[in-house]
Design a protein around this ligand. Structure first.
Ligand code: AMP
Ligand code: MG
Length: 456
């Protein structure tokens, strides 16, 4: 495992005091490693988990050649260019019931969507094209000329998925479509990677927990709620350690408890330059931690690193907190190999927390989950307003993206972009991403937007 110094040394132009967003991502990709422990889960429980092995189809899908339409099946070799065809209807094949009779030349079988095509029948005429219109299970029908080719409206055995081929790949996030696909193959359980366990707490003497009486200069803790929401949406198990006072014994106890139980620790507050508090000192004492100034807005100060579990175990605890105690309702232990908990020390400002989470923490956690997830796609939208932007930092503006009458995408900001203004985040449906080298935006320019939908 590389130390933070080694990771930094290998990174081109690494300067902790002026880090580009892309360098943060490259650094974090080296810092974190995927979990290895697996769990076999029934499909309903596998939703949102990461698949731990390739899933090979045990079946042909569909299992038989079958009809794609309600209509009449016949042997398509009888089709002749420019000539209508006449058939005698000899029976009906329903979905779920194989039809066992014989169909001779000049005969057709009434067939329902999904019903097996008996051997020799390869073409289906949809019922709305035949005459007479109200054709029943017997009688004569006429198929108009020039309508069909042999093989039309037939689904071939194995055309969706052939037996022995890969249906799902290791590392895929189990979406509704993917658990449905597993079910369509008759598979009842999936081998998944165990979920990540993430502990978080807020720091700062001015931060109030809900239920506490308001006092002058204090703010209610919103970060624990946004972080809880962001983690839960990702399928992480969360361990909420509350608001921790700016006091060494409490901070130490919180870090010890977090590192003893979790794969990752997310803190907010106390990492700015010139913070007159103990958070940074405690991070330094307990781990291998780097303090960064990232060239971005919002969210400049950040700490990242590892809090070593062995190191913690060797520190005598006089705090009354037993680090192996399990407060989270999570029953089983972590992977057998000793691991360090990865620390993401986020800034305190509520929007900075969400933006740094989306930009950096989320991709790193996905990597830890073992997920092969592409970054969310960026869309291009016309900016309805001018935006001031300094080249040399990445900016994330809260925006509302909508489709105009002509079908084009437009975006406007949702008001004050101060890094503490959660209201404009709550009113947004995406982030406008103004890249590192980009300058001012004038109204009508195309800008990149990252939609929240499907992400948070
Ligand atoms: P800091 O990064 O600790 O300097 O905090 C920056 C700003 O974010 C300050 O105005 C804090 O009051 C505010 N802040 C810090 N933590 C929280 C929190 N958990 N919830 C809401 N605001 C916070
Ligand atoms: Mg503070």
């Amino acid at each position: 495992m590389k130390t933070l110094a080694q990771i930094g040394a290998a990174l081109q132009g690494y300067d902790p005091q002026a880090l580009r967003a892309d360098q943060v991502l490259a650094f974090l990709a080296e810092l974190v490693a995927p979990v290895t422990a697996t769990r076999r889960l029934p499909l309903f429980d596998a939703l949102g988990r990461v698949l731990a092995e390739d899933l090979i189809s045990p079946l042909d899908v569909p299992a038989h050649d079958n009809s794609a339409m309600d209509g009449f099946a016949f042997d398509g070799s009888q089709l002749r260019a420019g000539l209508p065809l006449q058939f005698e209807v000899v029976g009906t094949a329903l979905a779920g019931h194989a039809w066992s009779g014989q169909v001779q030349p000049g005969q057709a079988l009434k067939i329902m969507t999904g019903a097996i095509l008996p051997a020799g029948l390869d073409t289906v005429v949809p019922q709305e094209f035949v005459t007479p219109a109200a054709s029943g299970n017997s009688g004569r029908i006429t198929v108009p000329a020039g309508l069909l080719q042999p093989g039309d409206n037939r689904r071939l055995r194995g055309e969706d998925l052939a037996k022995g081929s890969r249906a799902l790949s290791k590392g895929e996030l189990l979406t509704p479509a993917r658990i449905g696909l597993a079910a369509s193959l008759g598979i009842e359980t999936l081998l998944t990677l165990r979920p990540l366990r993430v502990a978080y707490f807020s720091t700062g003497d001015e931060v109030l927990s809900l239920g506490e009486a308001p006092r002058e200069g204090a703010v209610y803790d919103s970060n624990r709620y946004t972080v809880f929401g962001l983690l839960t949406r990702m399928g992480c198990e969360v361990i909420d350690l509350g608001v921790v006072r700016d006091e060494p014994a409490q901070l130490k106890a919180a870090f010890m408890q977090a590192a003893g139980q979790a794969d990752a620790i997310i803190t907010s507050g106390g990492v700015s330059v010139g913070e007159a508090d103990f958070t940074k000192a405690m991070m330094k004492e307990l781990g291998d931690v780097a303090f960064w100034r990232v060239a971005m807005r919002p969210g400049r100060p950040m700490a990242v690193g590892r809090i070593s579990k062995e190191k913690l175990a060797s520190i005598p605890s006089n705090t009354g907190v037993n680090s192996s105690e399990n407060h989270s309702g999570c029953s089983d232990r972590l992977d057998a190999e000793p691991r360090a908990a990865v620390l993401f020390g986020l800034p305190g400002n509520p929007v900075a927390v969400m933006v740094t989470f989306l930009a950096f923490v989320r991709p790193a956690l996905l990597q830890m989950m073992g997920a092969r997830a592409a970054p969310p796609p960026l869309l291009k939208a016309f900016s309805d307003e001018a935006m001031r932007k300094k080249p040399g930092r990445t900016e994330y503006q809260r925006g509302w993206v909508s489709t105009a009458a002509d079908g084009s995408l437009h975006v406007s900001t949702t008001g004050s972009q101060g890094s503490g203004v959660l209201r404009s985040m709550a009113e947004a449906n995406g982030l406008i991403l103004l890249h590192h080298d980009q300058g001012n935006v004038v109204a009508g320019d195309l800008v990149d937007v990252m939609m929240f939908d499907g992400v948070i």
